[in-house]
Design a protein around this ligand. Structure first.
Ligand code: SAM
Length: 254
């Protein structure tokens, strides 16, 4: 499957298996407090964009996947909501406006930037688009805990109804650390069963992400002029604890 076909395949299923709302209250509060234009990076199909647009945010959503953004546009239109939707790679982002009060990169997706060079490029482009007192909230998995789940074992991530197709998706994953010690290769196996329990489609997608350490992110952020305003270990704003926190949530400013 080429990468465009893979993007379309994932876009068609993403909302069935990514349904978490655990970060909604956190980001809604941050967006309200920012009181200005919001830049959402790697927005995908709008899992978070929809509630932000519903709350009245002046929202610009960026993603490099056309099929993911098609779904986001359709969902906004179905609810009569508006956001500027931009298909772009955040490493090369060049929007006409540079007045964002807040940029957010939710769902720990910064890890999808696989090298320090890619991360640096993205951080520099985010900084370029912020208002002088603008802030950037960047999220990552806690690499200490995340590393423990990378053991080469095949795991069932879940069984998800696909009501439009009267079918069920079973999603499996196996993850492996590459020899560089920081890049994870994850094979995702998608099985779709029809209403009679027959396997009707089966696909495998390979995705990669980087286990980014706290010091690494902060050094990169500093090198493009950011300072750390706050760091939480979860969306309830609990402080970071290496052995317990599920994620790292930075608020950065210049
Ligand atoms: C795991 S999804 C998260 C989507 C959404 N933020 C959410 O919380 O459900 C990651 C998204 O990042 C996008 N993406 C990956 N690399 C990107 C890049 N360099 N520039 C822009 N988008 C990127 C993918 O297309 C995908 O939609």
């Amino acid at each position: 499957m080429n990468s465009t076909a893979a993007q379309a395949w994932v876009a068609g299923l993403y909302d069935a298996y990514v349904t978490t709302t655990a970060d909604h209250a956190f980001f809604l509060a941050e967006v309200c407090a920012a009181g200005g234009p919001i830049l959402e990076l790697m927005a995908g199909t709008g899992r978070l964009s929809l509630p932000l647009a519903e709350a009245g945010a002046d929202l610009t959503c960026v993603d490099l996947s056309g099929p993911m953004l098609d779904r986001l546009r359709a969902k906004l239109a179905a609810k009569g909501l508006h956001a500027d939707v931009v298909e772009a790679d955040i490493r090369e982002l060049a929007l006409p406006r540079r007045d964002f009060a807040l940029a957010i990169l939710p769902f720990q997706s910064f890890a999808e930037l696989l090298t320090p060079e890619d991360q640096l490029a993205a951080l520099a482009r985010v900084a370029h688009h912020l208002a002088p007192d603008g802030r950037f909230i960047c999220t990552l998995h806690n690499p200490v805990l995340r590393a423990r789940t990378i053991d080469g074992q095949l795991r069932l991530l879940g069984s998800f109804p696909l009501p439009d197709r009267a079918a069920t998706l079973l999603l499996w994953s196996t993850q492996q650390l590459l020899p560089d010690g920081v890049t994870v290769r994850a094979a995702q196996l998608y099985e779709i069963y029809d209403r009679d329990g027959r396997l009707s489609e089966k696909r495998r997608l390979d995705v990669r992400f980087r286990l980014v350490g706290r010091a690494e992110l902060e050094a990169l952020a500093r090198s493009v002029g950011f300072r750390v305003v706050a760091l939480c270990g979860d969306y309830d704003r609990s402080p970071i604890a290496d052995e317990r926190s599920p994620c790292l949530i930075w608020t950065l400013a210049r």
